[in-house]
Design a protein around this ligand. Structure first.
Ligand code: CAA
Length: 393
């Protein structure tokens, strides 16, 4: 049976920072950001958006009357959780008006959470082919003002439906994973910003990629010649380039050219959004789908990395029903309608903190369908503008 990604939607708020402006403000050469890091713009996440609303704004694009009753599980990958007990998935379930006969779970392992969700979803649909699983990767990447990691911030959500006979990517059964308890990047419960050992985290990313790539080849007998493209977890797009370069010498000159072209296609959207942690690999996959020329049966390799650390190499083939460039127009419109912030405006948004207790937020600057309206009695209050009513949580 063929199981995989049937739909893949993305959401991030409309405000962004041009990283050339940030470079000037931080007294850096803009080429360090544009070329050395591989980022040109960065999403700026207002206080009226959290992991739940980002996810709802992404998932509402692919959940409708046709598939609502078929969804059996919501697997929510995030490292930006809003509650130490209740999962973000159960909030999302309510905002999307999903039925009650549902499993709702939050999954955490840094940027790897959505991949765990994808693989659990694959196995569930294998046993229940008439069902669908909604997999989310939703995060806000924060390192802090004036830190080396600042240029690699961002945020947003991806939402995927995993089904039998998928229309985008048919997942292969084989995958290779690798886990080690290390301290390359982490965020203690009392912190809003991540702690990171930057250069070490880059080295571990590459080491894990090489380890799982070798394991995968041993398991499957496949080599680089079997792949049309690779999509990487992209904390910043140069990181994926470093990953690809680590194995590129295994390909012929002609294959290298194709793989590099397709890598450029796969980083086009991420370059303008920044890191979205759990969702980054899947935004890159969306970027590849929309910006490369792909054909049925071609194999794509995916490298997922979550600091701390877990790495996985998985693969899939392009579905016979693949609709090339299907969301390209959506992205063009989205990028064209974004609002650029000055560095001072970005810093003000960044420094805005949600108070621990009751607050009513001004949502007038946020035109998303789902917004965080405030906190009442320690409970987040969400607004679904399509209903024009407050959803109490
Ligand atoms: N023109 C072109 N390139 C330039 C340049 C210029 N004028 N000036 C510098 N560069 C290049 C440098 O040569 C360097 O290239 P290489 O990496 O190829 O050597 C690159 O720009 C970056 O320069 P620095 O190493 O000096 O940058 P930095 O010390 O300021 O920090 C960073 C870079 C370590 C990535 C930092 O941004 C950071 O800590 N980011 C967060 C951590 C991270 O994303 N780690 C990735 C792996 S962990 C992960 O994947 C999980 C996750 O999502 C966090």
């Amino acid at each position: 049976m063929q199981i995989g990604i049937d739909q893949l939607a993305f959401y991030t708020p409309q405000t962004y920072l041009d990283l050339t402006d940030l470079a000037h403000a931080r007294d850096e050469d803009p080429d360090k950001y544009r070329i050395g890091i591989g980022q040109s713009e960065q999403a700026v996440i207002p206080v009226t958006q959290d992991a739940v609303t980002l996810a709802a704004n992404a998932a509402s694009q692919i959940i409708d009357q046709d598939n609502r009753q078929q969804i059996a599980m919501v697997l929510f990958g995030t490292e930006s959780g809003i509650d130490n007990s209740k999962s973000a998935a159960v909030y999302l379930k309510r905002l999307l008006n999903l039925p009650d006969n549902l499993r709702t779970v939050e999954l955490k392992q840094a940027c790897y959470g959505a991949t765990a969700g994808l693989q659990f979803a694959h196995d569930y649909v294998l046993l229940h082919p008439d069902k669908q699983v909604l997999v989310i990767g939703s995060d806000i990447a924060r390192y802090g003002l004036n830190t080396p990691g600042e240029v690699t911030q961002g945020g947003g959500a991806v939402a995927m439906t995993i089904t039998a006979d998928p229309r985008l990517l048919i997942l292969d059964d084989a995958s290779a994973f690798h886990s080690e308890d290390i301290m390359d990047f982490w965020r203690p419960l009392y912190r809003r910003e991540a702690l990171v050992d930057g250069r070490y985290s880059e080295n571990v990313y590459i080491d894990f990629f090489k380890a799982v790539w070798q394991d995968y080849q041993g398991q499957t007998g496949r080599s680089i010649a079997d792949f049309t493209a690779f999509a990487f977890h992209l904390p910043f797009t140069k990181m994926g380039l470093k990953g690809l370069r680590a194995i590129l010498p295994e390909a012929t000159a002609a294959q290298q050219e194709t793989l590099m072209q397709n890598f450029e296609a796969s980083r086009s959207y991420n370059r303008r959004v920044g890191n979205l942690y759990t969702g980054s690999l899947y935004l890159s996959l969306r970027s590849l789908f929309d910006n490369a020329t792909l054909h049925t049966g071609q194999r794509i390799g995916l490298f997922s990395y979550g600091s701390g650390a877990e790495g996985e190499f998985l693969s899939g083939t392009i579905s016979p029903e693949f609709d090339s460039k299907s969301s390209q127009q959506w992205f063009e419109h989205f990028f064209a309608s974004r609002k650029q912030l000055s560095v001072a405006e970005y810093e003000a948004v960044f420094n805005r903190q949600l108070p621990a207790h009751d607050v009513l937020l001004d949502t007038s600057d946020d035109d998303a369908r789902f917004v965080l309206k405030g906190i009442q009695h320690d409970q987040r209050q969400y607004l679904d503008r399509s209903k024009k009513a407050v959803t109490d949580q």
